[in-house]
Design a protein around this ligand. Structure first.
Ligand code: SF4
Length: 252
């Protein structure tokens, strides 16, 4: 395994190494409800986790339940979710999403039908809605319904580019397709690949200044090669094998 290894091998090696570096996730771990996952992900666009949670809580405090959110004046909903980046855009989107869910279920607000649908059908239904792209649809289908899809957020995308799992200019949508083809259609593999790279991007492979000294991917990462040259045996030996809790808690 080295810098010239094929992209698919790098992807698999990234998965194996980060599986050792970070805690393993299992399917039993509690997740947010599908409705919460869907609406929160819409609210989270370019918004911090704390502000997203505040918007979500204020919305339900103000209007009681999903029927109340749908019936609310759109301007009042926008005010309730004002801690998000674009409340005036998100408010009508949320109401349209709720309207479509209500139509699909015959008047209720849940996504249980997605459990029975094939992956492609669920993906299409979700991504046809305003403000819901591949990432949001994949998050809901993977975390809530254990479907074999891969959410590619900004962290997964950046690391895949830097390491060389995908081309340096490949878009996030392209990364969805390429990485999914490279990985087995195994829900646990996809869940851990997503979450481990997400944590890695939040804590080590940062957008502005990646902390490569701590990174166990340096032996085959293109970015490392370009900036520091091939990793020396000393640098590899000094690389931690696991996340050190003294560096701080992992994100949600
Ligand atoms: S070696 Fe550096 S650039 Fe490459 S994945 Fe690790 S932290 Fe990111």
């Amino acid at each position: 395994m080295d810098y010239a290894s094929p992209p698919a091998e790098k992807t698999w090696q990234d998965h194996l190494i980060l599986n050792e570096f970070y805690p393993l996730l299992t399917l039993e771990q509690p997740r947010r409800t599908p409705m919460r996952e869907l609406i929160s992900t819409i609210l989270s666009h370019r918004t911090t986790h704390a502000d997203e949670e505040l918007a979500y809580d204020r919305m339900l405090e103000a209007f009681g339940d999903w029927a109340g959110v749908l019936a609310a004046a759109t301007s009042e909903l926008a005010h309730a979710i004002r801690t998000t980046r674009w409340p005036d855009t998100q408010a009508p989107r949320i109401q349209e999403v709720l309207r479509r869910i209500q139509t699909q279920t015959g008047g209720e607000f849940h996504l249980d039908f997605l459990a029975e649908w094939p992956v492609e059908q669920g993906m299409k239904w979700l991504t046809d809605m305003p403000g819901i792209g591949l990432k949001t649809a994949s998050l809901v289908l993977l975390f809530n319904f254990h479907k074999p899809v891969l959410p590619v957020d900004t962290h997964v995308h950046r690391i895949a580019q830097r390491v060389g799992m995908i081309g340096p200019k490949a878009s996030a949508d392209k990364a969805h397709q390429v990485l999914l083809e490279q990985l087995p259609k195994d829900v646990l593999v996809l869940l851990n690949f997503h979450k481990h790279n997400y944590w890695h991007g939040q804590r080590i492979c940062l957008f502005s200044k990646p902390d490569c000294s701590k990174c166990p991917l340096k032996g085959f990462c293109n970015y490392y090669l370009e900036h520091y040259g091939p990793a020396t045996p000393e640098a590899l030996a000094a690389t931690p094998k696991q996340w050190d809790k003294a560096w701080g808690a992992l994100p949600h």
